[in-house]
Design a protein around this ligand. Structure first.
Ligand code: HPA
Ligand code: ZN
Length: 326
């Protein structure tokens, strides 16, 4: 009997909340907020989602996020994603948010923070889904801007579990943000960083050695450096891999060529995640299914991925335990 993937408890560790903005919600929020969109229809938005690389996606992702204006908008966005989690057997999720893409267009930090965190609290109460919130810095902006964002968020630091690094990777190495990450860790926050999606293995080393990350987001280019692969295995530093994202952004030519299975068989702690589900054609379940089919992953490997997702999470050992039992 095939493994019931839908009901298998899963955790998601790499999902940008702004990337869960579905085209129909984009239209509804544009109308609610009196914003005009450069598209005639939901179908036209979907048709625009053909990307050549990370930057061509980011341009549309930042444009789409402009419809998010009020606390209610951020609540509705987050709540819709959490409903998807409930429907797909996702029991825990650690989500990214990008305050700079909102604050830089005049939205108060508190508006973003309160809308998202209220939805996360409601999901615990009403959907039995636990969560963590990860504040990401936009790496194409300056280190000073990242520090100012951190200072703005620290009064609400109780709600934030970690800081991360996203946006355009090439030309913006982790070392650029060492001081900001030092400060975040001094405040008791954990750290993660996107590295080795489009950037070289050296960026993964920098994230580990300079930013002291607990996980690497993406990290698929680690295979280009055997010493790095050995290190990731030895220290079981998790990689939050996003299969559909990697295909949509042309990191791999096809799902059959994705290195997820290779990483798993080498003994790395890899997890599967959706990254920006509204833009890349699927939530966590669709990512797991697409990888399973194209790479012929066994039931045991699918179970390993689900197991890794809790192992790599920021839940406490007691909270993880029920999900790690065989
Ligand atoms: N990479 C970098 N930045 C991002 C991504 C990604 O996959 N998604 C949203 N911001
Ligand atoms: Zn990402």
């Amino acid at each position: 009997m095939a493994l019931p993937l839908l009901t298998l408890p899963k955790a998601e560790l790499h999902m940008h909340i702004e990337g869960s903005l579905e085209p129909d919600m984009m239209f509804a929020l544009a109308q609610r907020n009196g914003i005009s969109l450069p598209y005639d229809s939901v179908a036209a938005v979907r048709a625009a989602y053909e990307f050549e690389n990370l930057q061509s996606f980011l341009d549309l992702y930042y444009a789409g996020a402009q419809v998010l204006q009020t606390e209610q908008d951020f609540y509705d966005l987050t709540w819709a994603y959490l409903h998807k989690c409930a429907a797909q057997g996702v029991r825990h999720t650690e989500i990214f948010f990008d305050p700079q893409s909102h604050c830089d267009r005049g939205i108060p930090y508190e508006t973003v923070h309160h809308g998202i965190t209220q939805a996360l609290r409601d999901a615990k109460t009403h959907l039995d889904i636990s969560s963590g919130l990860i504040l990401c810095f936009l790496r194409h902006l300056s280190a000073d801007a990242a520090m100012a964002t951190l200072e703005q968020a620290l009064p609400y630091g109780e709600d934030i579990i970690a800081v991360g690094l996203d946006s355009s990777e090439l030309g913006h190495p982790p070392s650029k943000f060492q001081a900001v990450f030092d400060r975040a860790r001094a405040e008791g926050l954990l750290t993660v960083a996107h590295a080795g999606e489009e950037g070289p293995p050296e960026y993964i080393w920098e994230a580990i050695q300079l930013l002291k990350v607990s996980r690497i987001d993406h990290g698929v280019r680690c295979v280009e450096d055997p010493a790095l692969v050995d290190y990731l295995i030895e220290h079981q530093i998790p990689l939050t891999v996003c299969p559909l994202s990697n295909i949509k952004l042309c990191v791999f030519e096809s799902m059959a060529q994705h290195n997820l299975k290779q990483l798993l068989e080498l003994g790395l702690c890899v997890t599967v995640n959706s990254d920006d589900p509204a833009y890349f054609g699927g939530y966590l379940l669709e990512n797991m299914t697409a990888a399973q089919t194209a790479l012929d992953l066994s039931d045991r490997q699918m179970q390993q991925l689900a197991h890794n997702s809790f192992r790599a999470s920021f839940l406490s050992p007691q909270e993880k335990q029920p999900f790690l039992e065989p």
